[in-house]
Structures are given as structure tokens and as C-alpha cells.
Design a protein. Structure first.
Length: 138
């Protein structure tokens, strides 16, 4: 589950095109759609995501000797959906953090804008992981 569930729900509930729904989801403005109309849609999809996470946790606990999950890391563009992190923090007895794969990457702030790096961080987890690999890694 992820960002497409949000986009599909926004598109369907507000009768928008895919691009308009995507713009609205990312915090942009779309003529004829208000921020107030977006909140319940985001909440409903976030609730569905929380249910799916709960199912995964239940399966993990049933098949593992571990009985506790201490932290949840959110990655990808969906991690920035308004209210998702707070909902998961409230729902699960674990810390919920938005992943930033650049935390331990050294870069020159004159060449890379730190605000931009922080903005794209959650969406760059796979790319940073692949870039950190060495020849011969499997």
C-alpha cells in the first residue's frame, strides 16, 4: 500500500483527474478542491494503511520469537502525507520516524541545498542504499 491509494481515493471522491489528485495530495492547490475536503480522505486511507500494518505486525508476532516492535520507519513519498506519522504513533506502541537515508552521508552544503536533501530524503532510500553498495555485493 502507498501513495497510489491516496491518489485514487482523492481522484474518486473529489472527481478529479489523476494529475489534479496527485497535486492536491502533495500539498498543492487545485481549483474547485479545498483543503477541508481533503482531510477526511487522507484520514480514511491512513486508517486503511494502519490496518494493513497491524495485520503485518500480527503475522510477525505469530511467526517470530520477538513479541515487540520498537520502531517504525516510514519511507517514500507517502511518508510525508499529512497526519500519517501521527496516526501510526497513536495506533502503535512504537516510535514512528520518517527515514532520511542522507543522515550519515557527507555532502558539501554549497553544492547541495540541505532543505532539498531533507525534502527528497524519504523518497531516496532505495537509491541511496543502492549507491552505498560495493562491487560484488549481493
Amino acid at each position: 500500500m502507498g501513495g497510489n491509494q491516496y491518489t485514487d481515493a482523492i481522484q474518486k471522491d473529489l472527481n478529479l483527474s489523476f494529475d489534479q489528485a496527485e497535486t492536491l495530495k502533495k500539498g498543492g492547490q487545485v481549483e474547485g478542491a479545498s483543503r477541508e475536503s481533503l482531510a477526511p480522505i487522507l484520514q480514511a486511507v491512513s486508517e486503511n494503511i494502519a490496518l494493513e500494518i497491524q495485520k503485518t505486525f500480527d503475522f510477525f508476532k505469530a511467526t517470530s520469537s520477538e513479541d515487540r516492535i520498537d520502531r517504525i520507519f516510514l519511507a517514500g513519498g507517502t511518508s510525508k502525507v499529512r497526519g500519517l506519522q501521527e496516526l501510526l504513533t497513536d495506533r502503535f506502541d512504537a516510535g514512528v520516524e520518517i527515514m532520511n537515508p542522507f543522515n550519515n552521508v557527507t555532502y558539501n552544503p554549497r553544492n547541495f541545498d540541505p532543505d532539498f536533501i531533507a525534502e527528497i530524503g524519504p523518497s531516496a532510500a532505495i537509491a541511496v542504499g543502492l549507491a552505498a553498495r560495493k562491487v560484488g555485493d549481493r
